[in-house]
Design a protein around this ligand. Structure first.
Ligand code: FAD
Length: 418
């Protein structure tokens, strides 16, 4: 079968690929969206059952589409998120080739050869929108976990019933780790939470959602080329936020109140014992400090924009309570730990990319989504062009910028390719 030849191929029909598809359609650029599953595949297959978005409903503005329901400040469940993105794909008549897995991409003289399990494609320009969270990270010392202990990543975790009764060690205290720790503690399984770098954040501040403030004050719009050290900010963990119907704040103090035991960063496992860093107090102090700086930015913006009379007064929150002597070592069997959940972050999978565009860690080298290969773009990576780039709400601006660049490339293609 000869290869199909759209002008542009987009790999991935998550919100990033769909946003790019909408922008290309608006420019009448013919394209295909190649998807290994169905639209919103990762939301259908890689999230735990009780997860709700940590961004409010209004904060998912895609090109030509936004939330119009009667609960703009609520937080979508997973089925609602799948429905939202499926509705978007339908409304935009996105040309999705579903159940088609890309197995190799290589450069040709005139563009890119895309090999899939459903035949070959050739395109002049290519957009990688295959996601930043394809693989849940697992530390190298995970191999030293005794075989009797059930281990799952945050990507494999669905609900407490998957785990045996007994204690759980949750590793990682950002959004995924704290939410899973809360659910497991409530299920009656005593949780020890290994806490490394994290960023504490109140759900609401001065009577409004924290995301409202970050959006209004321009924090989410901060650009990749305006920060001091973009490599560092791209590694910053997600805010410790959860979207619950009661809009409660989920932080370490809330977990401690429920009975969760805090420990420092998990440094290794040896002889059936978990070894924790002794720097828990430092990690928490740093997190409190970062939260304080964010709140100062918000307060300054509120004052500068005349909001002080309209909203509640500034608040400061009690420091994170750190146990006087957090555990430095935990004998997993004697301590009753029957399961471990790895919630230390995610990384993309570009193993099928047969081109020298990745660094030693396998991450794509790019300048705001423009990859150093003619007509090649990437979407959805952390702080790709703006702080909000990985959020659903961040895709619209990035897709507009990158589709404009791509259109320019196609117009001048012959010169660029040479
Ligand atoms: C636990 C969790 C919670 C999150 N919560 C929020 C939130 O509350 N609000 C928010 O705005 N964002 C949230 N995010 C961040 C982000 O919105 C999601 O990760 C989102 O799924 C990323 O969208 P995407 O389109 O970039 O990638 P994805 O949704 O991952 O889409 C990529 C698509 O590419 C497909 N694909 C991958 N490889 C191939 C291949 N080789 N061939 C063909 N197709 C392929 C996948 O099947 C997938 O459908 C969360 C992320 C995680 C992990």
């Amino acid at each position: 079968m000869s290869p199909r030849s759209p002008t542009v191929a987009i790999i991935g029909a998550g919100h990033a690929g769909l946003a790019m598809s909408a922008c290309l359609s608006a420019r009448a650029i013919d394209h295909v969206v190649i998807e290994r599953g169905e639209v919103a595949h990762t939301w259908r297959t890689e999230r735990w059952d009780s997860l709700r978005l940590l961004t409010p409903n209004w904060q998912s503005r895609l090109p030509g589409f936004r939330y119009t329901g009667d609960n703009p400040d609520g937080y979508r469940t997973i089925p609602e998120t799948v429905a939202f993105l499926s509705d978007y794909a339908r409304l935009m008549t996105a040309p999705v080739a579903s159940h088609t897995t890309v197995t190799r991409v290589a450069r040709t003289d005139s563009g890119y050869a895309v090999t899939t399990d459903q035949g070959d494609w050739h395109c002049r320009a290519l957009v990688l929108a295959s996601g930043a969270c394809n693989i849940a990270k697992v530390p190298a010392y995970a191999k030293d976990v005794p075989a009797s202990i059930t281990t799952l990543t945050s990507q494999q975790y669905r609900n407490p019933a998957q785990l045996p009764d007994g204690g759980v060690l949750v590793v990682g205290a950002s959004a995924s780790g704290t939410q899973i720790a809360l659910e497991l503690q409530r299920s009656g399984r005593p949780v020890t939470l290994a806490v490394g770098e994290h960023i504490r954040a109140p759900r609401t501040y001065r009577g409004r959602d924290l995301q409202w403030w970050m959006d209004a004050a321009g924090v989410q719009d901060e650009r990749y080329d305006a920060v001091d050290d973009v490599a560092r900010v791209r590694r910053v963990p997600s805010l410790q936020l959860a979207g619950t119907p009661d809009r409660s704040t989920l932080d370490l103090n809330a977990l401690t109140t429920l009975g969760v035991t805090l420990a420092g960063r998990l440094a290794g496992i040896s002889g059936g014992k978990a070894q924790f860093s002794g720097a828990l107090a430092n990690a928490c102090a740093l997190s409190d400090l970062k939260m304080g700086r964010l709140l100062e930015t918000i307060d300054a913006w509120a004052t500068a924009n005349g909001l002080d009379g309209e909203v509640a007064p500034p608040e400061r929150f009690a420091p994170t309570r750190v146990p006087a002597s957090p555990p430095l070592s935990l004998d997993l069997a004697a301590g009753g730990i029957r399961s471990i959940i790895w919630a230390i972050g995610y990384r993309p999978d570009f193993s099928w990319l047969d081109m020298p565009v990745r660094d030693a860690k396998g991450m794509i080298r790019h300048d705001g989504g423009v990859v150093a290969s003619p007509g090649l773009y990437v979407m959805g990576m952390p702080f790709l062009r703006r702080r909000k780039s990985t959020l659903i709400d961040g895709a619209a601006d990035d897709a507009r910028d990158l589709s404009a660049h791509l259109a320019g490339y196609l117009d001048n293609g012959a010169r660029n390719v040479a």
